[in-house]
Design a protein around this ligand. Structure first.
Ligand SMILES: Nc1ncnc2c1ncn2[C@@H]1O[C@H](COP(=O)(O)OP(=O)(O)OP(=O)(O)O)[C@@H](O)[C@H]1O
Ligand SMILES: [Mg+2]
Length: 253
């Protein structure tokens, strides 16, 4: 569904993505992992056309992301930091986004889906409250609903469960697995590895601008001979640290 080919992106002298190539298959949950600052959000924004790569190509379905925007109508995106006008109420925000998507999405179906999600995430009592008055977790629930309600084929979630209480996290994960059953493609970033274990078919681990590991969570655990994903990733990173330390001047190797 998404073909990422040799993407390079620098901000000034900082080389964030150094030739990233990966193919994201349809109908799978793919987790983009990596330490803070490793380029996860940058890669996601390249897929969305919100960051323009210095070189390389991204193909979604039959569309090259370069100079194209219509492919975006088929994406549900949850940004890492979502900012909407604070003076809107939750209902006004839902209506505004529906207005923006009019012509590209089935609005009656989106409205039905939104009502179901409002009840799933239990935010009925906040619908007429201004965004500025909401708690961080409630805002995140609103953002999650906005990303899910238009029934696109591709979902991109940048740290979706940050701030969500345990019940809402469970509801979110259930929803994602339901979307996967429907054949949707899901790309997400998270630092919560239990979520990856529960949901992801595939991990793309970014480190120092490159894909350091790609494969399933089970393959990684097997490869590193660890029972948990957390330990497997820690071991993977330890090996990288050792490699870097051994390359430092003064080391005899
Ligand atoms: N618009 C920008 N201008 C300058 N530097 C940027 C910009 N966007 C990102 N960066 C830098 O690029 C690097 C990668 O940032 P990015 O947000 O992609 O990381 P991330 O992997 O999503 O991290 P986190 O886990 O903290 O969300 C960071 O060093 C960041 O400061
Ligand atoms: Mg990020």
């Amino acid at each position: 569904m998404v073909e990422i080919k040799e993407i390079e992106k620098s901000f000034g002298r900082l080389n964030v993505l150094k030739g990233v190539s990966v193919s994201i298959p349809s109908g799978k949950v793919v987790a983009v992992l990596g330490p803070n600052g490793s380029g996860k959000t940058t890669l996601i924004k390249c897929i969305l056309g919100l960051v323009i790569p210095d070189s390389g190509n991204i193909i979604i379905g039959n569309d090259n992301v370069k100079n194209s925007w219509s492919y975006r109508k088929n994406i549900g995106y949850l940004p890492q930091i979502a900012r909407f006008p604070e003076n809107l109420t939750v209902n006004e925000l839902f209506r505004m986004i529906q207005d923006l998507r009019k012509g590209y999405a089935n609005i009656a179906e989106a409205e039905r889906c939104k009502e179901e999600l409002v009840s799933v995430f239990n935010i009925q009592s906040f619908l007429n409250k201004h965004l500025r008055s909401l708690s961080g977790g409630t805002r995140q629930k609103v953002n999650v609903i906005l990303s899910l309600m238009f029934d696109p084929d591709l979902f991109i979630f940048d740290e979706p469960t940050v701030g969500l209480d345990p019940i809402s996290c469970v509801r979110f994960k259930e929803n994602i697995l339901k979307q996967k059953e429907k054949g949707k493609t899901i790309v997400l970033t998270t630092h919560i590895l239990s979520e990856v274990d529960e949901m992801a078919d595939e991990i793309i681990f970014l480190l120092e601008g490159k894909i350091y590991y790609k494969g399933s969570p089970d393959e990684l655990k097997l490869q590193q001979q660890e029972a948990t994903l957390e330990r497997a990733i820690a071991r993977l990173l330890e090996k990288n640290d050792n490699k870097i330390n051994n390359q430092l001047p003064g080391k005899n190797n």
